[in-house]
Design a protein around this ligand. Sequence first.
Ligand SMILES: Nc1nc2c(ncn2[C@@H]2O[C@H](COP(=O)(O)OP(=O)(O)OP(=O)(O)O)[C@@H](O)[C@H]2O)c(=O)[nH]1
Ligand SMILES: [Mg+2]
Length: 477
Amino acid sequence: MTNYHAEPLVETGDAETLGDLELAERHALRRVAGLSTELTDITEVEYRQLRLERVVLVGVWTAGTVVDAENSLTELAALAETAGSQVLEGLIQRRSQPDPATFIGRGKVDEVRSVVESTGADTVICDGELSPGQLRALEQQIKVKVIDRTALILDIFAQHAKSKEGKAQVELAQLQYLLPRLRGWGEALSRQTGGSGRGGGAGGGVGLRGPGETKLETDRRRINHRIAKLRRELASMRTIRDTKRATRRRNEVPAVAIAGYTNAGKSSLLNRITGAGVLVEDALFATLDTTTRRATAGDGRVYTLSDTVGFVRHLPHHLVEAFRSTLEEVADSDLVVHVVDGAHPDPDEQVRAVREVLAEVGADKLPELLVVNKVDAADEETLLRLKREWPGALFVSAQSGAGIAELKAAIEARLPRPAVEVAVLVPYDRGDLVTRLHLRGEVQETDHQEEGTFLRVRVNAELAAELAPYLVTESKS
Ligand SMILES: Nc1nc2c(ncn2[C@@H]2O[C@H](COP(=O)(O)OP(=O)(O)OP(=O)(O)O)[C@@H](O)[C@H]2O)c(=O)[nH]1
Ligand SMILES: [Mg+2]
């Protein structure tokens, strides 16, 4: 995927904010440099031309600096490419707020339309969540398909969902997004079928529906049924998940969740630490399903490490809701390893966005280990700044392996410690028990004596009960 380095838009510099701008400047529609997809080889071009949508991106810059505005549009471009589109042009308009009727200023709609015509685009993607009315108004005036950031993210999730649960979660979010937007769609459909009369119509009321019912109402009802069905299915899948989690809890295997912004390198880190072989891609939202792998600490204790769905700014609310059960796995872990891409233009913003979602699912109370990844690709100056900003963070590279040993040690040091310390003498025919003590307990001392293996070990209550027959008094050691 292309790396975007959007050139500064204006000469006035990075610190420029909306308040300083002249009115004329403010209403200008500016082109963001470097925002078109670079296809690297000809086979890619041939392959992609078959299926790519050709898109123009449109953003409204309301607050912050020009760099913030460009980062947001650059991310939208990356999202669009991930969805399989070719980005032709990126445009930003400065406004104090989006136009309630048309998102960008009414006067600018024609300009966008001419850019669409001259580039041959077939889709416009707006950087935000637009109202159904805004989308419809823009479509009518620009004459091509108009979608918003939310629909784009939903589309990527739909393309990437693999598990049954993941697919159901995405479909639920998509239908919930669609439902209030059905009006335009329904109108389009009834136009298509040439239907002018709307049968029982909205004012029809009880008893007048049925044969005269509009297409729109049938669609709406069908979608509501489907939503109810998906909710039921997800609820039962959730029960299975909860049972699994309860088993893990009973065994008191510590759980570590890797969370972070999309493309930060979460899967790469899981692979580095556990050799898991999880898909790694320079694409947004490569991972949607949680993968849990077993990891072994230096002292032989076992814990689980889970890779999770990545976060993004303005993650659609319906998606957070739909993925709640997946995200709650994070909330139920003992430690969150929060991965940040140190080579990203704005790591601070990534951290903010991730913490926002973590708080939404109740995972903000957990111990967090901040890990800045991709130090091999990040520039020195940024790294120095981040080290000052986050003195507790670890700096690693999943790619080169730098800092990984320290990361493992830091994770292990933060695993919850088993509660009870005991001294036992385990007979040699109970080798299985000794093995389990090494996996589940924290062995402090071990000595092969005549009658069996002596161990001083920290264990959970359940293991302690099992060890009762072998307890020895400390004087024996
Ligand atoms: N230079 C560099 N690239 C890295 C490093 N770690 C990961 N990457 C690259 O970053 C991209 C994303 O890596 P992933 O591990 O898929 O990231 P992720 O956080 O799992 O992403 P999603 O699942 O899409 O949210 C891939 O192209 C990796 O090769 C690193 O330490 N250095
Ligand atoms: Mg991943």
